[in-house]
Ligand binder design. Structure first.
Ligand code: DGL
Length: 254
């Protein structure tokens, strides 16, 4: 079976692990939450690359067959350098789901919620320019969203207030489809949907990333489990800061 290293600035990447476990229930997972340095959103690309290098080296020393950068901000800042440095390692990154949003919108307006680091990165800007030329794109940083998730405040009046502040400008501009461009945000989906109402569709790119991981394992002939196999739940959790949030969210997704 395969060993997969998964990293994020905190517990957001567990939204990606949740989707991976649906496709690979019997493999071994190493999850690294760099929560001592969370959030990554406003940190420099150099700093984030440095953290990724160290974490990836740790995964490889533990025998990882593939690495998932389960963080949009770190993907934008670091994945090209990581691929250049370890050319034989399959790396999977997070792509903001601008393409499916642009294809699916009926109002012709899509919203993108992501961190400041993601929204200014050329990786995102190129994707937007390639796939969203025919629609209007309204972008906002999900201000305070990562902090809500890291403090396990996933619902309630305060969470709604924080979410509303960033979501409302997108809704006012007419967005009917909103891309969740940060892996923490899917944990706020119930609050996001409540604030937005039923007419708005949110797109979580995690299922696509999970499918991409399987494609890459297959292309490298790395043996792995399949849906329907027994769920082994072989997950090693390492946190650079306190582990309470990651443990609680992991138990929620399991
Ligand atoms: N979960 C991350 C992302 O997907 C990073 C959030 C942060 O640390 O700011 O962008």
């Amino acid at each position: 079976m395969a060993t997969i290293g998964i990293m994020d600035s905190g517990s957001g990447g567990l939204s990606v692990l949740r989707e991976i476990l649906r496709l690979l229930p019997g493999d071994k997972f190493l999850y690294y939450s760099d929560n001592a340095n969370c959030p990554y959103g406003e940190k420099s690309a150099e700093f984030i690359l440095g953290r990724c290098r160290e974490i990836v080296a740790g995964f490889l020393s533990e025998g990882a067959d593939a690495v998932v950068i389960a963080c949009n901000t770190a993907t934008a800042a670091a994945i090209a350098s990581l691929r250049a440095e370890w050319p034989s390692v399959p790396f999977i990154g997070m792509e903001p789901a601008v393409k499916p949003a642009a294809l699916g919108t009926r109002s012709g307006v899509i919203g993108v919620l992501a961190t400041a680091g993601t929204l200014k990165a050329s990786k995102y800007l190129d994707t937007r320019d390639t796939y969203a030329g025919d629609v209007k794109v309204v972008e906002r940083v999900g201000r305070g969203f990562v902090e809500l998730v890291e403090s396990l405040e996933l619902e309630g009046p305060r969470a709604e207030e924080v979410v509303r502040a960033s979501l409302e400008p997108l809704l006012k501009a007419g967005a009917d489809t909103v891309v969740l461009g940060c892996t923490h945000y899917p944990f706020l989906l119930p609050v996001l949907q409540k604030v937005a109402g039923e007419g708005v569709r949110f797109i979580d790119p995690a299922p696509a990333a999970a499918r991409q991981l399987v494609r890459l394992l297959d292309s490298k002939s790395i043996a792995h489990s399949a849906p329907g196999d027994p769920a082994l739940r072989d997950i090693t959790l390492v946190c650079s800061g306190p582990s309470e949030t990651a443990r609680r969210i992991l138990s929620l997704i399991l």
